[in-house]
Design a protein around this ligand. Structure first.
Ligand code: OGA
Ligand code: FE
Length: 280
């Protein structure tokens, strides 16, 4: 059978390479103000991969198979300039949306990040985040459970931890279509969950979190939605307590430089919400 390469781009993605001394990997959430580097005890390695544009084939992915799913839903809040207003306006409509799309009984947003690409700028602080050019998964099972304990009322925690829960990111472009530095997502079924992911301490100013770094696997199948518009969104599953060996458990993802980006495309702007999602 001929391979259809018409809508596939070749891209360089940056994967994890473990510390040589065998110590547990760590990385700081905030970059050094002068160099723009995030302190860490490991390096990334570039690998050339194929990334398939699945526009027109969005129904080939889903939260429980590939780990991510695209939807078209416009949004009432569109300015995304002020955190307080975002929390007041964008959070409630997004909670309702995620419950509608997933069938969840409860959804709690614990964090959001706005990213605007600024070529040549090294500042990378909570107010000035840029696209993330390395393959990662936001949580591990350990840090997912810690998020439940941290953000939900103490009395609810035992029951919530006993039921099915997920961490899902709601990612959407803001202002204009995200042709520039789009987000690539890796089909869960093409990842070896026991050998490809490595727990990595994420150093916040006041506490430690944990993410998965991701080692290269030549079988990885990467997808993206070219020119995603602000009326489109992707739900990215970062964790699922349902552990049946079939249901997608997580989704490696990374921003990448897309050689097909139109020359005059505006720089990428996006917002991602992080949600704890519970099922009765
Ligand atoms: C995320 C994420 C990176 C980006 O949404 O979790 O890692 O470049 N985003 O948007
Ligand atoms: Fe992420």
């Amino acid at each position: 059978m001929a391979i259809d390469t018409a809508d596939t781009v070749t891209a360089t993605l940056h994967y994890f390479s473990p510390p040589e001394d065998g110590s547990k990997p760590y990385i700081y959430i905030n970059a050094d103000a002068s160099t723009g580097q995030r302190q860490r005890n490991w390096v990334t390695v570039p690998h050339e991969v194929q990334v398939e544009n699945i526009r027109g084939k969005e129904d080939t992915v889903s939260l429980d198979t590939t780990g991510f799913q695209y939807y078209r839903r416009s949004v009432k809040h569109t300015t995304f300039e002020n955190d307080e207003v975002i929390e007041k306006e964008y959070y409630p409509e997004s909670i309702e949306l995620v419950k509608e799309l997933t069938g969840a009984s409860r959804a709690v947003i614990f964090d959001h990040t706005i990213r605007r690409r600024r070529p040549g700028e090294v500042e990378d602080t909570p107010q000035k985040r840029q696209p993330v050019p390395q393959v990662h998964i936001d949580q591990t099972p350990e840090s997912a459970r810690a998020r439940v304990r941290r953000h939900l009322p103490e009395g609810d925690v035992p029951k919530l931890l006993a039921g099915r829960f997920q961490i899902i990111n709601l990612w959407r472009p803001i202002s204009h279509p995200a042709y520039d530095w789009p987000l690539a997502l890796c089909d869960y079924r093409s990842v070896d969950r026991h050998n490809d992911v490595v727990p990595t301490t994420l150093k916040y100013p006041d506490h430690d979190g944990e993410t998965y770094s991701v080692k290269f696997n030549p079988g990885n199948k990467w997808k993206y939605l070219r020119g995603m518009s602000p009326e489109e969104l992707v739900l990215i599953k970062c964790y699922d307590s349902k552990d049946d060996g079939v249901t997608a458990n997580f989704t490696p993802h990374t921003a990448f430089e897309d050689s097909t980006t139109p020359k005059d495309a505006p720089l990428r702007e996006s917002i991602e919400l992080r949600l704890l999602v519970f099922y009765d």
